[in-house]
Ligand binder design. Structure first.
Ligand SMILES: [Mn+2]
Length: 383
């Protein structure tokens, strides 16, 4: 028995407010669907953040619908859970409901405290348990652990069992987590996880825990992991008790070029970049830090326009003036700081802290329009 595990597709996300970046994600999603079709798994599971927001653009809904429809038409069922990005903030209907109504996905664990967060299937004469719980904030961790332990008790009664979650696990992601490894109940063959965008998997008790990771560079700090581990989805072979994970890579990922350049060598270096990127099918995004003394910013812009305008999709510029006092760095202390927790403490409200955290992410990427939209949406829903 084979399943495809895909997660954190963030359909509708428009990085740096670039239309091309929104299109990139749609294209990558389609590439993933085509590759899944080629592998013909018995089922597909999506572990959350299908959409980047709980009110995605109609285009994102269409891409999700058309993609899943292709799978369902070939007899491949799709099961999913909600992530933190696509969960409505208040009691309202998640976009997935529409896709359910159209018969292309079945969402599990939307109301895990009221409904059974699992389905039972039969594949090739084998009894399969597919359990899943939507992303839950840390304040519900105790409740979550309770449900998990009950699910663990069920898992043993099936030939194969899969658990879908959209959470961080402390031992692997100490900066942001809701669960500890020991909170995962034994008994499952595959623990399919979403939320963390880097790809990773490890053996756990009777099975394997797999974070399939996002399908594109959603945040620039995923770039290094992408170079090492690629991005895409997992094919999970459940023929044996302990699953075997095969990574399937996506090819259509747009490159990011991250560089620090001495102001004195700027023209020369930009020429080199221009040469380097000229063979790329997709124009890369340049993240350029210019360092030096008495940097003439207008001159930097002129050089960029002249040498790279049609060679890169966009550039993100930073200046580091030598001799100027360095900006206060929080990076070094980050190992001990949980930003979400700090925001929660200072704001005293979990939802506001979540908003602040998202704003921090968006503004850190320079995406002021998305930040504004998010803020408006938050207060519209709230009041
Ligand atoms: Mn995500």
């Amino acid at each position: 028995m084979m399943i495809a595990h895909i997660t954190d597709t963030h359909l509708g996300y428009r990085q740096y407010n670039l239309e091309e970046r929104e299109e990139d994600i749609y294209r990558l999603f389609n590439e993933a669907v085509d590759k899944i079709l080629r592998e013909k798994p018995d089922l597909v599971i999506h572990t959350g953040d299908l959409f980047d927001q709980s009110r995605p653009p109609v285009r994102a809904l269409l891409v999700a619908y058309n993609g899943f429809k292709k799978l369902v038409d070939k007899g491949i069922k799709v099961y999913g859970i909600l992530g933190d990005h696509d969960s409505p903030k208040r009691r309202s209907t998640p976009p997935h409901r529409l896709l359910e109504e159209l018969g292309v996905i079945r969402v599990i664990g939307f109301n895990p405290f009221q409904e059974k967060p699992y389905v039972e299937l039969e594949v090739e004469g084998k009894k399969i348990l597919v359990a899943g719980i939507r992303s839950l904030p840390k304040k519900y961790s105790a409740n979550l652990v309770g449900i998990l332990s009950r699910l663990g008790g069920l898992a043993g009664g099936y030939d194969r069992s899969i658990l879908m979650l959209h959470q961080g696990i402390k031992e692997h992601f100490p900066y942001s987590y809701e669960l500890e490894l020991k909170d995962l109940p034994g008994g499952f063959n595959y623990y399919a996880l979403g939320h963390i965008h880097v790809r990773t998997w490890f053996r756990y008790k009777t099975g394997v825990v797999g974070y399939a990771g996002s399908i594109d560079i959603i945040r620039i700090d995923e770039w290094e992991d992408y170079k090492k581990n690629g991005k895409g989805f997992y094919l999970v072979d459940l023929s044996a008790d302990t699953p075997v994970i095969h990574k399937v890579d996506l090819e259509g990922i747009r490159k990011h070029v991250i560089m620090e350049v001495d102001y004195k060598l700027l023209e020369e270096e930009l020429r080199k970049i221009s040469q380097r990127v000229s063979t790329e099918k997709l124009k890369p995004i340049l993240h350029l830090t210019v360092k030096g003394r008495r940097i003439n910013k207008a001159n930097v812009h002129r050089l960029l326009l002249r040498l790279l305008q049609n060679k890169v999709l966009s550039w993100r510029l930073r200046f580091e003036e030598e001799g100027a006092p360095p900006p206060p760095s929080i990076v070094k202390g980050l190992e001990k700081i949980d930003i979400r927790e700090l925001l929660k403490r200072s704001l005293g409200d979990e939802e506001e802290a979540e908003l602040a955290y998202r704003l921090l992410e968006l503004l850190g990427e320079g995406d002021t329009r998305a930040a504004l939209e998010l803020t408006k949406k938050y207060y519209e829903e709230k009041w």
